[in-house]
Design a protein around this ligand. Sequence first.
Ligand code: PRP
Ligand code: MN
Ligand code: MG
Length: 180
Amino acid sequence: MNNDIEKILYSVDDIHEAASRLGKQLADDYRDKNPMMVCVLKGAVLFMADVIREMPVYSTIDFVDVSSYNGGTESSGQVELVTDLSSDVQGRDIVLVEDIIDTGRTLAYLIDLLKDRGANSISVCTLLDKPSGRVVEAKADYVGFEVPNEFLVGYGLDYQGQYRNLPYIGILKPSVYLDK
Ligand code: PRP
Ligand code: MN
Ligand code: MG
């Protein structure tokens, strides 16, 4: 599995530093707000776990599973709600936790959904932001790293459902996904 990685972009230490920096900012900003931390499955699962433990404030967590890449390297353009949240977001201050923002479609879809349901406020915390990939407008309030236009895997990010368990983030060798 490690052989499929061309280059490591963010090490375990880099990621830990980013999660801890963002967790501290969130703790400052949300100290008296009892935010609902919403993990966007499946990619954000590792980052969510790392960020919330750096945020010692009253808060709740929930999960929403949406998918648009279907394991591939290109967005299908269609965001599918696979599994909904289990909490009521009415009146709540929501922090969406993402692994990466690329075209912006996933985020735009979720923000619309949460606004429709009466969230009091919505902010976005993403480990990775790829501004060069934007197709629709989407902006994160808390960003770990701005990333180049490469297909990345690891620490939650997948290709065909694989590589999410790598503890670091790397560039996948194109030979892995070309002529597949
Ligand atoms: C990926 C990633 C983000 C989204 C970003 O999810 O985890 O949620 O795409 O891309 P976008 O800005 O172009 O919408 P994916 O659809 O691959 O589902 P997964 O998290 O289950 O892998
Ligand atoms: Mn995702
Ligand atoms: Mg994916």
